[in-house]
Design a protein around this ligand. Sequence first.
Ligand code: ATP
Ligand code: MG
Ligand code: ZN
Length: 457
Amino acid sequence: MAKVKTKWVCQNCGYETPKYIGKCPDCGNWGTLVEEIEVKAVPSHSQSVVIDDSPVCLINEIEITESIKNSTGFEELDRVLGGGLVKGSLVLLAGDPGIGKSTLVLQTAGNVCASGKKLLYVCAEESGSQVKLRAQRLNVNSDKLFVYSQTNIEAVLNQLETLNPEILVIDSIQSVYTSNITSTAGSVSQIRECTNILMDVAKNKGITVVVIGHVTKDGNIAGPKVLEHMVDTVIYFEGDKYKSQRLLRSMKNRFGSTNEIGVFNMVESGLEEVTNPSELFMKERTESAMPGSVIIAANEGTRALLVEVQALVGKTSYPSPRRVSTGLEYNRLLQIIAVLEKRIGLQLSSHDVYVNVIGGIEIDEPAADLGIALAIATCFRDVVVPSDCVIIGEISLSGEIRNVSDIEKRIYEAQKLGFKKAIVPKLNKKISDNFDIDIVEVARLIDAIKVCVSKGN
Ligand SMILES: Nc1ncnc2c1ncn2[C@@H]1O[C@H](COP(=O)(O)OP(=O)(O)OP(=O)(O)O)[C@@H](O)[C@H]1O
Ligand SMILES: [Mg+2]
Ligand SMILES: [Zn+2]
C-alpha cells in the first residue's frame, strides 16, 4: 500500500513539518518552507524483516581491505582527494556557476578513460552536443567515455545495469530527480533522495560516483547540509571569475587530509595544472620591493607555498579606524595590530589598516603572523623588506616570535625560488647545512623589525 502525504520542507536546511509555518524553527529563515508531496511505500508490520548481512566482529579480527585509488591524471586533484578517486566512494564537487566544474570533470573523465576505465557522464543540464563541443575544445576523446543526457535517476540506474561503468559522473545533483517522490528537481527532498540512491550505487556496486553541486550566493552547497554528511568527500572549486587561477580545496575527506589544496590555471584549451604555485603567486609581484609588501612561506597540507602579503596603512578619516582583511582571519589581524601598538609602539589607532593575501589564498596558520606584522610596520614607516627575503614566524601576545612547524620545508621552498634571505624564529635545533640561503633568527618582534626596517633599503 502506498500512502500519499504532503509536508513542508525548508529549502535551506531540510527541516520538515506537516503544516505551513512562515519561519523555519531550525535555521530561522523566513519563507523558505515549500510544500512537497511525498509518495513512500509504508511496509506493514507483518512484512518488516530484519536485514542482517554483516556480522558483529571483534576489532582485531577484522581484515583490512586496502581501498583502491585510481589516479585522475591530475596530480593536483589526486593530492586533494588523498591519492586519487577511491573505488566505491561518493565525491561531491561544488563550486560557483561557471567556475569550471564541468570542465574539470570532463578533463578528468578523459584522463581516467585513457587509462582504460569505463565512465558514464550524465549531463543533466546540457545536451550531448554541448558536452561534445566542450570535449572538442578540451581535446577529450575516448571510446570508453559514454555521455548520457538524462535527468531521471531511475533511467540512469537502468543504464548502469547495461553499461556497467567503473565511474559515474552526475552533472549536477540539483538537476536530477527520482520518480519516487514528486517534488521538483533541485528541492531539498529530491537532492537528499537522489544522493541516497547514488550512495547506494557507490557502496553496493563499487562504482565511484562523482557528483557536481552548485553553491548558493552565501557560498554553501545548494541543498540540505546533510548532503555534506552523506558523501565521502566534499571538494570546493573556487577562484575569481575574472582571473584564470582556480583553487581546489577539500572540506571533508574520509580518505585523506583536508588541508591540501590544488591549483589550476584556466586557459582556452581547459584547465592546466600548476605544479609550482609559489612561482605563479610570485609572478604578479613587481621586481623592486614596495613598502607594505612581504613574502611569507605558508604551509598548505604537504607542501609549502610562498605567498605575498600586502598591507596598506593610512591616516583615518573615520571616527574609528578601519581594519580590513582579505585572505586572513579578521581577529588575527586585530591581534597583530594590538601587539604592534603595545610592544613596538606603532600608533595605529589613528590609522586605517588593510591587509590582503594575494592570489586568493586563505591563510589560517599563525606562521604568517610575522609577515603580516612586517607588512604593516613597513608600510607605516614607509620602508621596505628586501624583495629577496622571506618571513616566517608566529607572534605571541608578548611580542616574542614562536617557532612554527615544518620550518625546513618552508625555507627550502624559498631557496628553490631564488630567495636569498629567510627571517625565521629562534630555532631550538640545528637545521640542515644544505641551505644556500642566509638564515636570520629572531627572538622578538622588535628584533625582526630592526633587521628589516632600520637596515632597510
Ligand atoms: N571558448 C572558451 N575559451 C576559453 N575558456 C572558456 C571557453 N568556454 C568556456 N570557457 C571557460 O570555462 C568556464 C565555464 O566552464 P564550465 O562550463 O566547466 O563551468 P561550470 O562550473 O560547469 O558551469 P555551470 O555552473 O554553468 O555548470 C567559463 O567561465 C570560462 O572560463
Ligand atoms: Mg557545468
Ligand atoms: Zn531551515
